[in-house]
Design a protein around this ligand. Structure first.
Ligand code: HEM
Length: 139
């Protein structure tokens, strides 16, 4: 029996983005998050309220791109430079914690079949790290 250099020629790499359901999953996650942000007393006021749809779209593009989906964020917004893009918003620990809390609520609404625990943990880890990095005010 000869050994093929590519034993599974039909098996292609599936990105994280695809593995968790692609666009509809990211759309749900971000919609569920912004639904709460709009009403939130701590972080709601930071968002330019003329443009909730735009804000939702930008976060969706960013997360989808980060997790291996289409490069729509870069195509429309250029390099992410998230820290720079958040300097005009006063973000202390309370704001970061609230952001994470609302995102956690939305993530929890996505069923385990769509988002298995290991994927959820990976997304959560990234969000915690980014939120921490975006703190630009003490306390
Ligand atoms: C730490 C708490 C955070 C606060 C208070 C916060 C607040 C904001 C605000 C007020 C905006 C402007 C909304 C708009 O696009 O019009 C924004 C934009 C954005 N945020 Fe955050 N954010 C936080 C954390 C995060 C995290 C953890 C991520 C990513 C995992 C993130 C990703 C983004 C992206 C991609 C944009 C759009 C940037 C652009 O294209 O201009 N943010 N954020």
């Amino acid at each position: 029996m000869s050994t093929s250099p590519n034993p599974q020629p039909n098996q292609r790499q599936v990105s994280f983005y695809e593995a968790v359901g692609g666009e509809p999953t990211f759309a749900r996650l971000v919609a569920g998050f912004y639904e709460q942000v709009r009403e939130d007393d701590v972080i709601g006021p930071l968002y330019p309220n003329q443009d909730w749809e735009g804000a939702e779209q930008r976060l969706k593009w960013f997360l989808a791109q980060y997790w291996g989906g289409p490069q729509t964020f870069s195509a429309n917004r250029g390099h992410p430079r998230l820290r720079m893009r958040h300097v005009n918003y006063s973000i202390g620990l309370p704001e970061a914690e609230r952001w994470l809390e609302l995102m956690r609520n939305s993530l929890d609404r996505i069923d385990e079949e769509t988002m298995p625990p290991a994927y959820r943990a990976a997304m959560w880890d990234h969000m915690e790290r980014v939120a921490q990095m975006l703190i630009n005010r003490a306390p």
